[in-house]
Design a binder for this molecule. Structure first.
Ligand SMILES: NC(=O)c1ccc[n+]([C@@H]2O[C@H](COP(=O)([O-])OP(=O)(O)OC[C@H]3O[C@@H](n4cnc5c(N)ncnc54)[C@H](OP(=O)(O)O)[C@@H]3O)[C@@H](O)[C@H]2O)c1
Length: 314
């Protein structure tokens, strides 16, 4: 079968190739998936450029964590999945999973059924960002009626954070570039503010929670009040943390997404109820993985970049 491989650190166009490897066999508690689509994330390009472990995130020269496809074989002890099931997963993260290939082995506990209205491409694009959004909202303990500010509402994580916060019954304010405002509103944001418009940002009054999905951004002063929960998925400096504490925010929590098939199934239920869509910025075939990674590297992605490994998998 084909598998993507990195030949050392460097630019996408220089180090990515497809190689031929044997189809893996599922071990106990695992399933083998014929891969339809795999989402790309900023972590993929950062890891490729460095060619080394990234904190606790394991490096492999055979990439891929997101996956959607069809089960072809189950390992010993797996009773929850059968050949033919349409499934998606964040496979094993932060342990390397090698999903950018024709077949991938995934732990049965990481899997959930693909929502019936989603394409395999949408499902393959969703797991990292959907689980990050979900786990950030859990960390913030967002409840119905609360006000949530999503810094970066148009990217992969942001566009699902907006929708999942809405699904929790929150009032949602999001930041995005002006060209993306209509789209972010269509995902349920009650108010969208241009992230370059400082005056408009300063008009955002106290919120209960801020989810920070972009780097090097401090939440606007007026949005922070007594006990505002600030959850970040990117680095926040000591200086920013001190400032937020001085303004009354609860201690900032930085989260790292983890694989969780149960949470993914809850997210899929919301999608099945019509409350969640995955917006695809662009789709690339596996042969064009380098181009797909370059698109992610622009930092201008709206929703998700996805690699379609096999368009016959539906
Ligand atoms: N901790 C974790 O577990 C975890 C999980 C997933 C991702 N992450 C990290 O979280 C970050 C976001 O990931 P992602 O997949 O959502 O990235 P992404 O899809 O590549 O984000 C791109 C989006 O960010 C917007 N953007 C850029 N600067 C902005 C700003 N100052 N304010 C508001 N929006 C801005 C861009 O809009 P414009 O084109 O209009 O500029 C674009 O739509 C990355 O650093 C990623 O590595 C962490």
């Amino acid at each position: 079968m084909r598998s993507a491989k990195y030949f050392g650190a460097g630019a996408a166009s220089e180090v990515i190739s497809l190689i031929d490897v044997p189809v893996p066999a599922p071990g106990p508690g695992q399933v083998l998936i014929r891969v339809g689509a795999v989402g790309l994330n900023p972590v993929d390009v950062k890891i490729r450029a460095a060619a080394e472990d990234f904190g606790v995130i394991e490096y492999s020269d055979r990439p891929g964590w997101d996956v959607a496809g069809v089960v072809t074989e189950v390992g010993a002890g797996v009773s929850s999945w059968r050949p033919g099931d349409r499934v998606f997963a964040l496979a094993g993260f932060p342990v390397a999973a090698q999903t950018l290939a024709d077949y991938a082995v995934v732990g049965a506990a990481d899997l959930a059924s693909v929502p019936s209205d989603w394409s395999i491409a949408q499902a393959g694009a969703a797991p990292v960002v959907a689980l990050t959004a979900w786990q950030a909202l859990e960390a913030a303990r967002v409840e119905p009626g609360q006000r949530v500010l999503v810094l970066g509402g148009a990217g992969g994580v942001g566009h699902l954070t907006v929708q999942l916060a809405k699904a929790r019954g929150a009032e949602v304010i999001a930041t995005a570039g002006p060209a993306k405002h209509e789209l972010v509103r269509s995902w349920g944001a009650d108010l969208v503010v241009d992230y370059r418009d400082e005056a408009a940002l300063e008009e955002i009054s106290r919120v209960d929670a801020v989810i920070v999905t972009v780097s090097d951004v401090t939440p606007p002063r007026q949005s922070i009040g007594d006990g505002t929960a600030v959850i970040t998925i990117t680095a926040l400096s000591e200086e920013q943390r001190t400032l937020l504490a001085d303004w009354g925010a609860a201690p900032v929590e930085r989260i790292l997404v983890h694989a969780d098939g149960t949470q993914l199934a809850e997210i899929a239920d919301i999608a099945d109820d019509g409350g969640l869509t995955v917006h695809l910025d662009s789709e690339f075939p596996l042969e064009r993985l380098a181009d797909a990674q370059e698109r992610v590297e622009t930092g201008r992605v709206t929703g998700k970049v996805v690699v379609v490994v096999d368009s016959a998998v539906r």
